[in-house]
Design a protein around this ligand. Structure first.
Ligand code: E4P
Length: 212
């Protein structure tokens, strides 16, 4: 499972990129709005930090407008992936952009049928939202597992991005369930890295070394 960072904060992206384990970035309108900066400028900056798929989401809800917005966003950089919601218009835009050779990420996936339809409309990625399902008492990991099984049975190449990851447990379980990628907030990435025995081990090695 590859690791993406789920943020539009360039400082967090810079810190995560330095760790050498980040293969891409996902943003959404809420994450962009939180930064209070120009959308295009933020996306350009992100593309200069991480050399991998960078998801930028459209705001329009009508297919023709989504396509126009997607075409504009795709001009920013070769790594831009157009994020579209799983609606009939989103699927129409997905097919049109795919046919033009533009990569897409179908977002707000909450069922395996939605994921199948997105894949058949040519989506490069689908993003099932684990945390938001867990919030309503539905097992988000089971959804990832189900989509991974369906894609494997039918030889579908669309990659599964486990999204709405809230904690290290989600990341580990998404990897076990067959997600190709997990997109993870910076705070959760740092939690995944930490372990008290690692800290204690470093301290012990250093104190033994200094006694010699
Ligand atoms: C990423 O593609 C999603 O937009 C993001 O993971 C959603 O996360 P949230 O449910 O914490 O807002």
């Amino acid at each position: 499972m590859k690791l993406f960072i789920d943020t539009a904060n360039v400082e967090e992206i810079k810190k995560a990129a330095k760790m050498g384990c980040i293969a891409g970035v996902t943003t959404n309108p809420s994450l962009i709005a939180k930064e209070g900066r120009d959308f295009k400028q933020v996306v350009e900056e992100i593309c200069s930090i991480v050399d991998g798929p960078i998801s930028a989401e459209v705001i329009s809800l009508k297919a023709e407008e989504m396509i126009a917005e997607g075409l504009e966003l795709a001009k920013i950089h070769k790594n831009i992936v157009i994020k579209l919601p799983i609606t009939a218009d989103g699927l129409q835009a997905c097919r049109a952009l795919t046919d033009k050779g533009i990569k897409t990420n179908i977002t707000l996936i909450f069922s395996s049928n939605q994921a199948l339809m997105a894949a058949r409309a040519g989506a490069t990625f689908v993003s099932p939202f684990l945390g938001r399902l867990d919030d309503i008492g539905v097992n988000g990991i089971e959804l990832v597992e189900e989509i991974a099984d369906i894609f494997a049975i039918h030889g579908i190449n669309t990659e599964i991005i486990a999204a709405s990851v809230r904690n290290p447990f989600h990341a580990k379980e998404a990897a076990k369930a067959g997600a190709d990628i997990a997109t993870i907030p910076y705070k959760v990435l740092t939690k995944m890295l930490e372990h008290p025995l690692t800290d204690a081990g470093i301290e012990k090695f250093l104190s033994d070394w200094n006694k010699k």
